[in-house]
Design a protein. Structure first.
Length: 262
């Protein structure tokens, strides 16, 4: 009788005990990273906010109930996608982003302590290298999520944006964390799939040149902004599904983003 090597036997036993993909999807712990769209949803001060118009919410003459609504909103507000074409001409629009940039393993870089000390904190390349010294290199194709702790401030516009005002004059009063240009360059070098953050923008609030948007998008790296509940994710091991409204030629759009925990 031919004997099976011990190493092969151990691998076989491990694979038998490993939950199947179906088991993970059905029985796994999912976290919704999306804010609800309603009258309190935060948009950029110059953008049109979310508005729902009720068309029908009543019982019909035939006896059944029928509900229908119309909604209007800017592409960029609430939990949403920034497509590369948002800041770089001829780069990918919302409908052109490959699914493997929207559905991928994720890591969380936590800069909550730094952001607590400064509303204008910008994630540095050193934050990324320090993370890698502890957790290992960020693999190509990873979705990188930046946790600043800003989600604790939602939906208070004053605390979340730095100002309750709307209109062009309010933009100069924005204060919230983002990334700096060197961090964006570092993530591009690592060939990440996408970058998400729990603030209104991947560029910090006082940015006037939006260099982080421009650098990431020049390499067709999309961004997810106003991502919710990042405190519920582990630093490594989560799997993210981030599916935006598929707007033809869109510069972005509302995003439903969820994470499967390990």
């Amino acid at each position: 009788m031919r004997r099976i090597p011990l190493a092969a036997m151990l691998l076989l036993l491990a694979s038998c005990n490993r939950p199947s993909l179906t088991d993970r999807l059905v029985n796994g712990h999912w976290v919704d990273l999306t804010y609800t769209f309603d009258s309190t949803t935060i948009y950029w001060p110059t953008a049109q906010g979310f508005h729902l118009t009720v068309v029908s919410a009543r019982r019909m003459p035939g006896g059944w109930y029928y509900a229908a609504n119309n909604f209007t909103a800017a592409e960029h507000g609430g939990t949403h996608l920034d497509a590369p074409v948002h800041f770089v001409e001829k780069k990918r629009s919302a409908d052109e982003i490959p699914l493997n940039q929207l559905i991928a393993p994720a890591v969380v870089i936590d800069v909550t302590h730094q952001a607590d000390s400064s509303a204008d904190y910008r994630v540095h390349q050193s934050d990324i290298t320090a993370w890698e010294e502890t957790h290992g290199d960020i693999a190509p194709g990873t979705i990188v999520l930046i946790r600043t702790g800003w989600g604790r401030r939602w939906p208070d516009r004053q605390r979340y944006l730095g100002t309750p005002k709307t209109g062009a004059a309010a933009v100069a009063e924005l204060h919230f964390p983002g990334l700096d240009l060197d961090a964006a360059r570092a993530l591009v070098r690592r060939r990440v799939a996408a970058v998400g953050i729990d603030t209104p923008s991947i560029d910090y609030g006082q940015s006037t040149t939006y260099q982080v948007h421009r650098r990431l998008f020049a390499s067709n790296v999309p961004a997810f902004e106003n991502v919710a509940q990042l405190e519920q994710l582990p630093i490594t091991g989560a799997f993210v599904v981030a599916l935006p409204m598929k707007i033809k030629g869109g510069s972005g759009g509302p995003l439903r983003i969820v994470a499967l925990l390990p």
